[in-house]
Design a protein. Structure first.
Lengths: 166, 497
């Protein structure tokens, strides 16, 4: 952990009972189990149904933040992309985007938000009551392995983000 | 009482405008307007398209899972579903009266939920319309605009929302997916540390709540004629009240009044809801249309939620909220306020009440210990009802001999408000859109009317990559002649209809 900064936050969000929307909370659940066994002690973990305006306060003063969500608009098992403060239409909904939450933090505090990434894990079905699909479960395995590897290789993830963008 | 604009005789000859999705509401809603050649409104409908699958989701599950399971129906008010289900399961396990600690813990959780939900609704979703005007530039008319132009108000909104979440966390053990309420009781008392943490900020929350009421009252009165008339729909009202008629949101009898404030029924046991309320199915909507059985579907539809609750109750138990209620009642000049935008005013009086009630409860020693759970003989039917942020919420379960749910029926607040929301958009459409060229600010007035009810469409699903707002104009042959689109930036492009 860098001096004076709060631990890295991994924030998985989604509805655990809506099929592959559970990918974010599922990943947090797995990481919590590792934490319970004494690993990942320098990480904070958080989960919620969806991002909202008050979550800006959870990001304040962090060394880094990684959002984890289900995604549908890309090929491949998962995608890690930087998230920067931005104004988008999610301000007008009950569920905000990572960029919108970062923008709220920026405006409220006047400070530069922490470095953030969005780890989107590919999902396929989102029906109420549906279980995690087999394909999404495999993607979850790969995303978890990737994230753990990333922390072993580089605590600040910069190198990894660059790699996944190619 | 229902409007002539619900259905038109020859829709095939009319232009069709679709507002989809309606923004700043939870989930997926759609408005369709049919216009004739002179842009006269001939039909206006609000379609709720996400309400399916609740019962299937619940059927076959063991009853003891219900309070946790149903939280996942809604990402915005999981606590309301949690507590309504818990109340129903109390009856399944034969418990009529909770212990003082259990009931007060549930109330504390509930007040925290209403407080945070109302803060989100007013500050985040509705204050941009109210502070900047319905015709303000789209990129500015949002919470970011509020943060930039009114940073102190925005900060208060965020911190009030966070405080409500902290109350929920303290009572349920977790911010989300907690398990505070259990069949017949509650699973933990409040610790002294949790109580002291919440007490530290509660006076600030009350002060900010009072400021919020004053702000809304000022906004409403500054343009009183317009706000009184905008989406003003005469409706019956339904809500819960205490035995003495006082405001109640956790447990009480059902009271209904007509649009003039005359009683229709009072102190009715909500377990008899199936006799009091019936539901009508309409072919054009997935969502049912409930009505007061005695009045029938034409005259029996009703409003629930903050406006209904504040109109219906005789008083508040807390001093500041009661003082504000008296001002609110006086504004009606002898008749219940029926203006949709008065809902925001009522909502903030409720927010203030919840802050006061939280403080009162935090000083109650029962919260810190005592018996948590009661037990009784099993029953096969349980009906739990409470007042959720958006209105009366019904959970009805029947179980088999193995304790598995064989029947589930949920009437959520947005369903209760289905007809009155439709009537509200018709009033706005005929008053402000009829015969005019459609513009984004005009169409936004439709959305403002809907947002006053804060319909929650139980989505909670989201994924990267969402549908933008699109409005299509079709000719009499059904061909698209124009389309406008709200881009991810909020910018409108292609508006010429």
């Amino acid at each position: 952990m860098k001096d004076g900064l709060a631990p890295i936050l991994i924030f998985g969000y989604g509805n655990p009972s809506r099929g592959d929307d559970a990918l974010g909370p599922k990943l947090i659940e797995r990481l919590e189990q590792r934490k319970a066994r004494g690993a990942l002690s320098d990480l904070d973990l958080l989960t919620d149904f969806q991002l909202q305006v008050e979550h800006a306060l959870d990001l304040q003063g962090r060394e880094r933040v990684i959002f984890v969500d289900a995604g549908i608009s890309f090929e491949g098992p998962f995608r890690l992309t930087p998230a920067h403060p931005a104004e988008d239409s999610s301000y007008t909904t009950h569920a905000m985007s990572p960029s919108a939450v970062l923008r709220v933090l920026e405006l409220m505090t006047g400070a530069q938000p922490p470095p953030c990434e969005l780890l989107a894990i590919r999902g396929y079905g989102f029906a109420l009551g549906a279980p995690l699909s087999d394909r999404a479960a495999k993607n979850l395995d790969l995303a978890e392995r990737f994230l753990l590897q990333a922390f072993r290789v580089s605590s600040n993830l910069d190198q990894v983000v660059e790699t996944t963008e190619r | 009482m229902s409007s002539r604009l619900e259905s038109t005789a020859h829709p095939e000859h009319l232009k069709r405008v679709v507002i989809e999705p309606v923004t700043r509401v939870e989930g997926h809603g759609k408005v369709t307007l049919l216009l004739d050649a002179e842009n006269r409104i001939r039909q206006a409908r609000l379609h709720i398209v996400e309400f399916r699958g609740f019962e299937k989701f619940i059927q076959g599950r063991p009853y003891w899972e219900l309070p946790v399971l149903v939280q996942r129906l809604c990402g915005i008010c999981p606590v309301s579903h949690h507590l309504a289900a818990a109340k129903a399961t109390d009856q399944l396990v034969g418990v009529d009266q909770l212990t003082p600690t259990a009931e007060k813990m549930r109330r504390l959780m509930h007040y925290g939920q209403i407080f945070q939900s109302h803060a989100l609704h007013f500050f985040h979703l509705s204050s941009p319309d109210l502070l900047f005007g319905f015709d303000d530039a789209v990129p500015h008319r949002n919470i970011v605009g509020v943060i930039q132009d009114y940073p102190e108000i925005a900060k208060q909104g965020v911190l009030m929302r966070k405080y409500g979440q902290e109350v929920i966390q303290a009572t349920s053990g977790k911010r989300v997916h907690g398990t505070g309420a259990i069949p017949g009781g509650f699973n933990k008392p409040l610790s002294e540390a949790e109580r002291d943490h919440l007490l530290a900020d509660v006076d600030q929350m009350i002060a900010w709540g009072e400021s919020a009421v004053q702000l809304m009252k000022k906004i409403f009165m500054q343009n009183a004629d317009y706000h009184y008339s905008f989406a003003n729909v005469d409706a019956n009202t339904l809500s819960m009240v205490q035995a003495d008629g006082a405001f109640e949101i956790y447990h009480g009898g059902l009271r209904a009044k007509d649009p003039d404030g005359n009683g229709l029924f009072d102190h009715q046991d909500y377990r008899d809801y199936e006799h009091l309320l019936h539901e009508e199915v309409k072919p054009w909507s997935y969502m049912k249309f409930p009505f007061i059985a005695e009045l029938g579907p034409e005259r029996g539809w009703y409003r629930v939620g903050p406006l209904a609750r504040v109109n219906n109750c005789d008083r508040f138990d807390t001093p500041l909220a009661e003082q504000e209620r008296q001002d609110f009642v006086a504004a009606g000049e002898g008749r219940p306020l029926q203006a949709a935008l008065a809902t925001h005013w009522a909502r903030l009086i409720e927010l203030l009440y919840c802050a006061e009630a939280i403080k009162e409860l935090l000083h109650d020693p029962d919260l810190l210990g005592g018996e948590l759970r009661q037990r009784g003989d099993m029953h096969e039917k349980g009906i739990g009802v409470l007042e959720a942020p958006r209105g009366t919420l019904f959970h009805h379960y029947e179980i088999d001999e193995d304790g598995l749910v064989r029947k589930a029926n949920l009437i959520v607040s947005t369903t209760n408000n289905n007809q009155v929301m439709n009537e509200s958009i018709r009033q706005v459409a005929t008053t402000y859109l009829d015969g005019r060229e459609l513009t984004e600010p005009l169409l936004n007035q439709i959305e403002v009317a809907i947002r006053a009810y804060d319909p929650c469409l139980s989505c909670a699903t989201h994924a990267v990559g969402k549908m933008p707002l699109e409005i299509e104009l079709l000719d009499t042959e059904g061909q698209v002649v124009d389309r406008i689109r709200k881009r991810a930036s909020g910018e409108i492009e292609g508006l010429s209809c």
